[in-house]
Design a binder for this molecule. Structure first.
Ligand code: GLN
Length: 483
């Protein structure tokens, strides 16, 4: 079967009509991974035997006529989502041999549908980064240009979908980690509203910002995968008690009358000219379809990076204190308790993770708490207010996903602040707990690199951003990479 950029809908049809069996489909994807992932490094672990077992079981469900949307569908899962019995490393030496004894809630839900696990995708260590180059095990490359980064931190998931080494994947997004790699790799990724999808079993980076979401070939597939993983969960106290609609419901509906805001700060000179033009052209396209463009302003965007990095690092410093070399994870050496912990953490964590732990503990320490952390919380309230004001005027907000297309591997290695600034378009969405989707809106003239745009919605209004992304995608022809 032709698998290049094949949608979940097409695979469903092929499985239901018995054009292909679940085990055949799984082995076709495993074959592609075997042939091509040596160049791309999108997977840390390929779960070949489990995939074949999952597929045999799925085939029985299909044969009994009880298949649901994802029965027999192969998927890849970012390596920070716990799967019972399957190594889950967070791309860190600290968890190199960690085998969780339980499933994340999203995995329980996928199991209930009879999905097939292809493997665990690479990421920035503990999801801290935007390039996948901080992975301790697989520094993933961009399928459109192997000398460039795939984005991060869900870069393995985005690259795998882009190169058709999985038809869809799960990622996680704390400050853009689903949307930015989707944009760099020319695929579609949605960060749901905070609380829409359970975080139970997601290894925590910054608990008030983290959210699991789908990375797929298009918005329609994102809706299908989101349907499967969302919902209230009593294991996660921050999971929302809200109704879960059918996210495919508004797909295909016209955007006539939809008000699309474009805050001018997202289109400043700090954004690459080609990116700006591509997003503006996409806006014109939606306008032609009857949407109404609304000009507006978001002055608080200039505080977004400091606010995000203070909050994210503070929470990370607390969350990562559990990795002490004693309870689980990498164990260093030392005669005393303190020496053991120091050695375990010094050797178990990479540079970027250590930098964030230091920044976070500094911001939280007495004497500095008021000057940094408390100010960041005040900025968070300001950003939320500005979003609320914009949503008085508009139904969705359109922005670039990242200031540039995928950059060269190594380009930002020695300049963490430059790397942090590259998150300017995505982090406020997490701070305000909003849903956001990134889809491709063009390719660079020189090099054919994908350019992504983001559509941001009101809290729990994933349906409208999916509708808007879908309306655009239906007229836009994606270009698949050739490895
Ligand atoms: N690039 C951002 C960071 O480094 C976002 C990471 C994420 O969303 N997990 O923190």
């Amino acid at each position: 079967m032709e698998l290049t950029r094949t949608t979940l809908r097409a695979l469903r049809k092929a499985l239901d009509s018995k054009e292909i069996s679940a085990p055949e489909l799984a082995s076709e994807y495993l074959g592609r991974i075997g042939e091509q992932d040596g160049k791309l490094l999108s997977y840390i672990t390929v779960t070949k035997d489990k995939a074949m077992r999952d597929a045999e079981n799925a085939q029985k469900i299909i044969d009994s006529g009880k298949a649901t949307a994802l029965t027999g569908i192969p998927l890849a899962v970012k390596d920070n989502i716990c799967i019972d019995g399957v190594r889950t490393t967070c791309a860190s030496k600290m968890l190199e041999n960690f085998i969780p004894p339980y499933n994340a809630t999203v995995i329980e839900k996928l199991n209930a549908e009879g999905y097939v696990l292809l493997g665990r995708t690479s990421m920035d260590e503990f999801a801290m980064g935007g390039s996948n180059q901080t992975s301790a095990f697989a520094k993933t490359k961009n399928p459109y240009d192997l000398t460039r980064v795939p984005g991060g931190s869900s870069g393995g998931s985005a690259a795998a979908v882009s190169a058709s080494l999985a038809p869809a994947a799960l990622g996680s997004d704390t400050g853009g980690s689903i949307r930015q790699p989707s944009s760099f790799c020319g695929v579609t990724g949605i960060k749901p509203t905070y609380g829409r999808v359970s975080r139970y079993g997601l290894v925590a980076f910054a608990s008030s910002l983290d959210q699991i979401g789908p990375i797929c070939n298009d918005a329609r597939d994102c809706a299908i995968l989101l349907n499967a993983i969302c919902g209230h969960d009593r294991h996660d106290a921050t999971s929302a008690r809200v109704d879960t609609p059918d996210f495919t419901e508004k797909l295909g509906q016209p955007v006539k009358g939809m008000r699309i805001a474009m805050p001018k700060e997202f289109f400043s000179d700090d954004i690459d000219g080609e990116v700006r033009t591509a997003v503006e052209n996409a806006a014109k396209e939606l306008e032609k379809q009857g949407a109404v463009l609304v000009q507006c302003s978001m002055p608080g965007l200039k505080y977004a990076i400091p606010a995000y990095y203070l909050i994210a690092c503070a929470e990370a410093a607390s969350n990562l204190s559990r990795f002490d070399g004693i309870k689980y994870g990498f164990r260093g050496e030392g005669r005393t308790f303190e020496e053991l912990i120091r050695d375990s953490r010094s050797r178990g964590f990479g540079e970027e993770v250590k930098r964030r732990i230091l920044l976070g503990n500094y911001a939280l320490s007495s004497g500095y708490y008021d000057a940094y952390y408390k100010k960041a919380l005040a900025l968070k309230q300001e950003i939320i207010k500005e979003y609320n004001d914009i949503f008085e005027l508009a139904d969705v907000i359109l922005t670039p996903t990242a200031p540039t297309p995928a950059y060269k591997i190594g380009a930002q290695d020695n300049d963490p602040v430059k790397m942090y600034m590259a998150d300017i378009c995505t982090v406020t969405v997490n701070i305000a707990k909003l849903p956001g989707i990134s889809t491709t809106c063009g390719y660079t003239a020189d090099g054919g690199l994908p350019i992504g745009m983001s559509i941001i919605g009101k809290r729990f209004d994933e349906q409208t951003i999916l509708q808007c992304a879908d309306a655009y995608e239906q007229g836009f022809k994606p270009v698949a990479p050739t490895l």
